[in-house]
Design a protein around this ligand. Structure first.
Ligand code: FAD
Length: 403
């Protein structure tokens, strides 16, 4: 693995960091105080600037109007823009839209691309992804209750979804629904594009989230599908391939999240170090003189560097050898990066004392919003189990025993 960063990429990273610091950081206080809708208009202007500066859609191929960065390059880019909770949105590479873009690029036909993909790439609309259901375990996504039954040339959808991130204000939802209950579990569901203004697509609630309701892109909707009728031509990809497509979507999606979390870690680390040298705990005695704080700083630096290298290695493996080869690495980084972020943000918050739990820094927002990192896109436990099982299977294979 080559650790050098080519000069052009270095320059791009420097410009991205500069744009986040000068244009996105100033929006944060209002976002923390008033929510997403209050800053959406200003954020749109920042997005225009990102476009004008040629940094729009870093992760998307050039033929679709993006920068065409490899996953490894996007990893480095994400660590810069992930320093702000609004960074990825400003560059139009935020979840869940980025995953949906990748799905549509791979599976959408011409008509679906024109109707859904193009406006998404332009940033004219937002989208959401509806897989998880309140009555079924998200950890076992082949078991779900939502159905899409054929009726003439249409599908009729019925069921309930929740944790539909960014649902409020989204133009369409990629809904996972069972199209053949008799098929083997992994081939029962399909992915269907459902415009959110379709009759029977009902927003029931925005889920209260760690003491906040959230709004717009920064919220999570509960949706009821009640005899919701869409043409069969709205199916994305082959019938019964929904689960496999979701797995494909989640591979790069997990790396994208981990890369963003490295950015969160770096911002928290910067804030902690600055506070340590600037805060005097007695005349001529900075907080930085205390060994507790020095310990936090040394441990955080080591843990961030370790997580960063693991994430970049997973991205490199995926770029070179594909998702299957990177499977173990993706599981390992998913829980490692999430837990590293938790520890680093917690230490940075503690170093700020009372200030840490105010909204005068982004730390409290990181602490609150990012706790879910250990849950979505595969819980810690499921990733640990699946990677351990694969490792043990290799040992069992070697000794001829079953694990
Ligand atoms: C902020 C946030 C955003 C989300 N965004 C989306 C989205 O946009 N679209 C979408 O479809 N979903 C989304 N989700 C849903 C997410 O993917 C699920 O919450 C996740 O898959 C876990 O499913 P569950 O909540 O049903 O937990 P459950 O499956 O009920 O699991 C509960 C707990 O049980 C434990 N557990 C589960 N299985 C095992 C096992 N085999 N062995 C040991 N322990 C186990 C784990 O600790 C887990 O935390 C989001 C969730 C959150 C919190």
């Amino acid at each position: 693995m080559d650790f050098s960063i080519p000069p052009e990429l270095q320059e791009l990273l420097r410009r991205a960091r500069n744009l986040v610091e000068t244009e996105v950081y100033p929006l944060e206080p209002e976002f923390f105080e008033k929510g997403f809708n209050a800053i959406e208009g200003t954020l749109k202007k920042v997005r225009d600037k990102v476009k004008a500066e040629g940094m729009w859609l870093p992760q998307i191929a050039r033929q679709h109007g993006g920068l065409g960065l490899s996953l490894l390059e996007h990893g480095l880019f994400s660590a810069e823009i992930g320093r702000s909770p609004l960074g990825h949105y400003a560059f139009n590479c935020q979840a869940p839209d980025s995953g949906n873009m990748e799905l549509l690029i791979q599976y959408a036909n011409e008509e679906q691309q024109r109707k859904y993909l193009e406006p998404l790439l332009n940033g004219d609309i937002r989208s959401c992804f509806g897989m998880t259901e309140p009555e079924y375990p998200g950890s076992n996504p082949v078991w779900m209750g939502t159905t899409a039954m054929k009726d003439g040339d249409a599908y009729i959808l019925n069921g309930k979804k929740w944790w539909t991130t960014g649902g409020e204000g989204a133009a369409f939802c990629v809904v996972m629904a069972v199209t053949d209950p008799e098929a083997p579990p992994h081939f029962r569901a399909s992915q269907i594009l459902v415009p959110t203004d379709t009759p029977g697509f009902i927003y029931e609630a925005v889920t209260p989230f760690m003491g906040h309701r959230g709004e717009g892109w920064a919220s999570h909707s509960e949706v009821r599908l009640e005899n919701c009728r869409v043409p069969q031509s709205n199916r994305l990809g082959p019938e019964g391939a929904g689960f496999l497509m979701a797995q494909e979507r989640l591979g790069p999606g997990r790396i994208h999240h981990c890369m963003r979390w490295v950015g969160v870690c770096e911002r928290a680390f910067d804030l902690m170090c600055r506070r340590a040298v600037e805060r005097a705990i007695a005349p001529d005695r900075p907080l930085a003189s205390k060994q507790f704080v020095q310990g936090w700083i040394a441990e955080s630096r080591a843990e961030i560097d370790a997580a960063r290298l693991m994430v970049l290695q997973a991205a490199w493996t995926m770029d070179r050898y594909g998702a299957k080869a990177a499977r173990d690495q993706i599981s390992l980084i998913k829980f490692t990066a999430a837990n590293t972020m938790m520890r680093v943000v917690d230490r940075a918050l503690q170093a700020h004392g009372g200030l840490g739990v105010t909204d005068y820094t982004p730390l409290a927002t990181f602490y609150r919003m990012e706790r879910a990192a250990r849950i979505y896109d595969g819980t810690d436990e499921v990733h640990k189990l699946s990677v351990a099982r694969r490792i043990l299977r290799r040992y069992a294979g070697a000794s001829g025993e079953d694990a």
